[in-house]
Design a protein around this ligand. Structure first.
Ligand code: GLV
Ligand code: GLV
Length: 333
């Protein structure tokens, strides 16, 4: 009997095509909204595997009720919506989609940096609200980033791309803080490892490219913002909960830092009345880092392939928890 795969959202067509060609039965989602949690669990009970994403809570409750799942295939590189430890215990491998979105996400980080440094969103809003007065020699000026110091928090694949862009375009000096040293970056980008404290005090721009975990949750808080330069720009395209949002608002209001560009907020979605949206030195986007046609297609291809390979060969090409596979062997019947 062919295995049944539940799609929790509308994904690029290629995911469906690949799975159907490989003999799977795919249940598509008709509307582009997340399932509520109960519905997600009920539907998942009728399926062997799911193709899910950040908006699906794969928590303890889900995993207890759906411990029969063969594989959970996540359409994203980040997987903080999934209780990985529990899934591993249950022998459920989790696939994800790294690499595919490195460049698209770095583009958004770089774009936000430029947009923030020149107050672009604010200027755009001024026009919409009929406030394009005359050319003003000293009003609403931005700041330049050329030759300044870029501090990367979490220098992995996406951080590397961001550093490359900033170096090529603005000859920025790259420093970074990571759990482990990135020798490759040190060699190819002349990046310098610094302790967290130094990253805060030396950077003109801090760009976040880390995972969300208990070590990074709200690490950018009051304490951290106070140590940053008053002319610093804070960029977060990683995960909203890496910063404490009221501390960020406060840091901007009191001039502890100069500006912020966010593609992720804490929480998401951002409330439209959030003070950040009124600030001239802040640019906010609704979590679109990987949002290009090319990248989303590639992520869909990878997410489908993780399922196909698992049933075919017992391996998941891009797996979060390889230990889980040891605990379970399933074949496509
Ligand atoms: C997007 O945020 C992702 O993790 O892929
Ligand atoms: C600005 O538009 C200038 O011409 O300097």
């Amino acid at each position: 009997m062919s295995k049944k795969i539940l799609f929790t959202r509308i994904y690029p067509k290629i995911a469906q095509t690949q799975l159907q060609e490989a003999g799977f039965k795919v249940t598509l989602r008709e509307t582009d909204t997340p399932f509520d949690h109960k519905e997600l669990i009920e539907k998942s009970k009728e399926h062997d595997a799911i193709l899910c994403t950040l908006t699906d809570k794969i928590d303890d409750t889900f995993l207890n009720e759906c411990s029969h799942m063969d594989i959970i295939s996540q359409f994203a590189v980040g997987y903080d919506n999934i209780n990985v430890e529990k899934a591993t215990e249950l022998g459920i491998p989790i696939g994800h989609t790294p690499e595919a979105l490195n460049e698209a996400t770095a583009d958004i980080a770089f774009g936000l940096l430029l947009a923030t440094s020149r107050k672009m969103f604010h200027q755009h809003k001024k026009i919409i609200h009929g406030k394009w007065g005359s050319f003003t020699p000293t009003g609403d000026l931005g700041i330049e980033i050329k030759n300044k110091t870029l501090g990367i928090f979490g220098l992995g694949r996406i951080g590397m791309e961001m550093a490359k862009l900033c170096k090529a375009a603005y000859n920025m000096n790259v420093i970074y803080h990571n759990r482990s040293r990135n020798k490759h970056a040190e060699k190819t980008l002349d990046a310098t490892y610094v302790p967290f404290e130094e990253l805060l005090t030396q950077s003109d721009v801090i760009s976040l490219h880390c995972n969300l975990n208990e070590g990074t949750r709200e690490i950018f808080n009051k304490d951290a913002f106070q140590k940053m330069k008053s002319r610093a720009i804070f960029i977060n395209t990683a995960r909203g909960p890496v910063h404490n949002e009221s501390d960020l608002i406060n840091a901007l209001q009191t001039g502890e830092i100069w500006g912020a560009g966010l593609d992720v907020t804490n929480p998401e979605p951002m409330n439209p009345n959030n003070e950040l949206l009124q600030m001239p030195n802040v640019c906010v986007l609704p979590h679109i880092g990987s949002g290009t046609e090319e990248t989303r297609d590639e992520m869909a291809r990878m997410a489908a392939n993780n399922i196909i390979e698992f049933y075919k060969n017992g391996t998941v090409p891009n797996v979060v928890n390889p230990e889980a596979i040891m605990n379970k062997t399933t074949t496509l019947k």
